[in-house]
Write a protein that binds this ligand. Structure first.
Ligand code: SF4
Length: 361
């Protein structure tokens, strides 16, 4: 059987009755703005997580033109909690480039879309195939897993060798007719999310079982091959949360580095932690431990909470600013900071400046 024989037909036929047709970006006629927005949000993120963000975003920025006029802080505030903040920043840059250089229209080919900020090869293909019916293959994480099992590519998960091998295999399985591309692209994404899942794939329900080499050779569990594990280092961070019943002090991260432009508590450079907390003040009321995992390292954070009513402390960064709790909670902040602030805001209201009653996981 040729690799692609009837594969696309089987997949599209299954999708007609079993696929997802009511996602908020699946409008008729197709709206390129919605498709693009959803594709950026869906990078590294599950559909269920994306949907509320997608609605909030559309509510605030219903058109590409309205987004292009936004400030970075407005976009990041709506993005807060979705992670991978560079996506939010690139989203804004991309909208501005489209308005400035493309008359507010999306270019109609994957090749041209890839030239825009934040749009990689797979995202460009998803937009071009869904909106413009171009015959180009996507290869997001779910599709990589499906293709790996269909073909038994023997390369570690996450390796360049794997994606290099998979691109042509994905391309040769596309439907012949361009008009089938929107359905096919959604179908292969749905297959990865609903049937050929990472754990316990439903091979007995799979519409492309007869095309699947791993199934035929009874080795589904062996694919994808495991990732080559690298030891992930742990770094320590020390924060001072200056707060009282009404206010909390936060500083803005620089544009480069971790959490660029987001708001965080005062980050201390302690030589001899934790004894050095003393230079902040003697009114520390609690130390709260937090952990956050980045792609390349783990961050262990000790957040010291201080009852504070004065001005900006001597030696603190100039961006350390006093906010009411209400305003602080609306600032763009990374998820561990958002969680910390939500709990401390509650503790501050309940007990004045005594957050020691607050315990975080
Ligand atoms: Fe995935 Fe199983 Fe279908 Fe193969 S038969 S594509 S392993 S669900």
């Amino acid at each position: 059987m040729a690799a692609s024989a009837n594969f696309a037909d089987d997949l599209i036929a299954w999708h007609r009755t079993h696929g997802r047709h009511d996602l908020p970006w699946q409008t008729q006629p197709v709206d390129p703005y919605r498709v693009w927005l959803s594709e950026i949000m869906l990078q590294q993120t599950q559909v269920a997580t994306v949907i509320p963000y997608f609605y909030r975003f559309l509510d605030r920025f219903p058109t590409l033109a309205s987004l292009a006029q936004a400030s970075e802080q407005q976009v990041l505030a709506l993005w807060a909690g979705l992670g991978y903040y560079q996506r939010g920043r690139n989203l804004l840059r991309c909208a501005q480039v489209l308005v400035r250089d493309h008359g507010g229209q999306f270019p109609a080919t994957a090749e041209a879309l890839q030239m825009l900020p934040g749009i990689g090869r797979s995202t460009a293909a998803a937009i071009a195939s869904t909106v413009f019916e171009e015959r180009v293959a996507i290869l997001d994480g779910n599709v990589q897993r499906v293709m790996t099992r269909l073909t038994c590519v023997d390369a570690p998960w996450g390796s360049p060798a794997l994606t290099q091998a998979l691109w042509p295999l994905a391309q040769e399985r596309l439907p012949k007719a361009s008009s089938d591309m929107p359905a096919y692209t959604q179908a292969i994404m749905d297959l990865g999310a609903m049937v050929c899942r990472a754990r316990q794939p439903s091979c007995s329900q799979c519409p492309v079982q007869r095309h699947c080499r791993a199934y035929r050779e009874d080795c589904v569990d062996a694919f994808p091959r495991p990732k080559i594990k690298k030891a992930i280092p742990t770094r320590q961070a020390y924060w001072a949360v200056l707060m009282n019943r009404d206010h909390v002090w936060l500083m803005q991260q620089p544009e480069k580095g971790i959490w660029p432009s987001l708001w965080v508590p005062w980050q201390l450079d302690l030589q001899h932690p934790p004894q050095d907390w003393e230079h902040v003040g003697k009114t520390r009321t609690a130390i709260i431990s937090l952990r956050h995992q980045f792609t390349h390292y783990k961050l262990e954070i000790q957040a010291g909470c201080f009852a504070w009513s004065g001005d900006r402390p001597v030696g603190a960064p100039r961006s350390l600013t006093r906010w009411t709790w209400e305003k602080a909670l609306a600032l763009p902040a990374p998820s561990p900071v958002s969680r910390l602030l939500a709990r401390l805001a509650h503790a501050a209201k309940e007990s004045g400046a005594e957050p020691h009653r607050c315990s975080l996981p």
